[in-house]
Design a protein around this ligand. Sequence first.
Ligand code: KDG
Length: 331
Amino acid sequence: MTGEKTIDVVTIGESMVLLQPMTEGPLKYSPLFTRSIAGAESNVALGLTRLGKKVRWISRLGIDPFGEMIESTLAGEGVDTSCVLKDPEAPTAIYFKEFKGYGDPNVFYYRRGSAASRLAPRDIQPEWFDGARHLHVTGITPALGEQTADAVRTAMKTARERGLTVSFDPNLRRKLWKEETARSVLLSLIPLCDVFLPGLEEAEFLLGPKTEEQYGDHFLNMGPGVIALKLGERGSVGFAEGLRCRAEPYKVSKIVDTVGAGDAFATGFLSVLLDREQPLEPSGLSKTLPEALLRANIMGALATQYKGDWEGLPTLSEIERIQSGKQGITR
Ligand code: KDG
């Protein structure tokens, strides 16, 4: 890579306005909602910005109050929104969560035909990657519209041609597409990334039942140099050429909201890798891979402690304090 790098991470994907009921119970009886924003890629953008990284988030937004709210929230948190595209003909998407008081929240999307679902390869501009080190994308965007999978493919290829490394979180969303399409599209994108971040269930969805080691080997053989396999309550395991390491989970006593935990994991993982100038250099990985998994596990666990997809994510000093085991002064 040459030239001065002013952006650590570029990320591309849909953000929606998120409406969360203020009380638990069935959505149809919920009278009051809080309003925020959410989206896997913007969750990562916000998280990495809190950890001191420079992040550019790109999407298509409708020209409407919700699009304005998403852009101003991200910009207000310090994310670069200068490359966001505006679509005068399609709306910004919204989604609702339902907290039944047990299990994972139910999610209801209103995003078909949204501005971001019209993302197409012709939108991807090579200049987006100028001065940037890394691209992060997820498997949600390819599920959104007719051309969004090709748009993601184009972005991954363009970023790599321009010397960026690429991470890919499959983020399987069964509500958005048919299983066979999801499987073949997600598998086709893995060879275009350097860092692959599946959960155990997603690995099984993609490759069928195998051991954790077999998943690691199989994904490494597909091209990425680093695999981080999320094991939920059992922590995570990382794979790189000649390297296997397991990181213990960060224990939490109660779970409030699991949505966003995978994005928090990606945030923690990438933040450690990107602390090095050459994140994927094999000699450095034996030190950084275990550190990255450890922080990723903590970040993922912390994300389950609050309602909302990103608001409770820690700052760099908070995560460093938690990692050092020191008590914070709260009053
Ligand atoms: O990973 C969290 C995301 O799922 C959430 O923020 C909303 O992007 C979203 C989606 O498509 O589900």
